[in-house]
Ligand binder design. Sequence first.
Ligand SMILES: Nc1ncnc2c1ncn2[C@@H]1O[C@H](COP(=O)(O)OP(=O)(O)OP(=O)(O)O)[C@@H](O)[C@H]1O
Length: 225
Amino acid sequence: MEVRENQIVSIIGPSGVGKSTLLRVLGGFLKPTQGSVYLLGQKITRPTPKIMLVHQSIVTFPWMTALENVMLGLKHRNLPKNTMKEIAKQMLETVGLEGFENFYPKELSGGMRQRVAIARALAADPLLLLMDEPFAHLDELTAESLRKELYDILFNVNTTLKGVVLVSHNLNEVVELSDFVYIINGHPATVVGKVKIDLERPRNPRDPKFFEYTDILYDYTIPAR
Ligand SMILES: Nc1ncnc2c1ncn2[C@@H]1O[C@H](COP(=O)(O)OP(=O)(O)OP(=O)(O)O)[C@@H](O)[C@H]1O
């Protein structure tokens, strides 16, 4: 599998097939028994700030403000505190949370907390972002508005990001966001399909072409009859 510049590449497949496991391998959190992961030619064998992970369970620290949560992502960069504050503020602005810097997680909605988690990941200046069902714990309307903005949040002048790997079980979400979709299945899992989503952004889920892609992906994921 490969991810190229400014691409969102998704992995779909049945529950328990190993999607999250694969993400953990890509992030260097888990050593594969076979195969290797390379980031710009460099072999990944352990976690690195160049690869950040956003979980499905929204991870924010309740005793820290939104700004302090984002500043955590900057810790390894050894910057002066004021510079850290400035960058964290800018990241919060990038994810649409300007003005919420001093709010604590409990004062924010689930969607806003996930935005804080994304801002924290982006503040680390990663090249690759791994997203494991990032909308799973959001209500549909909140997820929809975050999905709409996601591409622009991720790839813009304020971020160093080059690519995203997304794990999702929501076919509409995958068609809306991805450049390529890998379908994995079996035990042990293998790639059983690769689909290029050739639609202009922003994408319209009511576009007939959009449905064609969800149909193609659906055919790959249902068990053989
Ligand atoms: N290739 C593999 N090698 C070793 N263990 C695996 C492999 N694939 C899956 N597993 C194991 O199977 C279990 C489920 O895997 P995982 O959570 O990655 O699946 P998933 O596709 O993300 O599932 P879900 O969609 O339900 O979140 C885990 O305990 C994991 O350790």
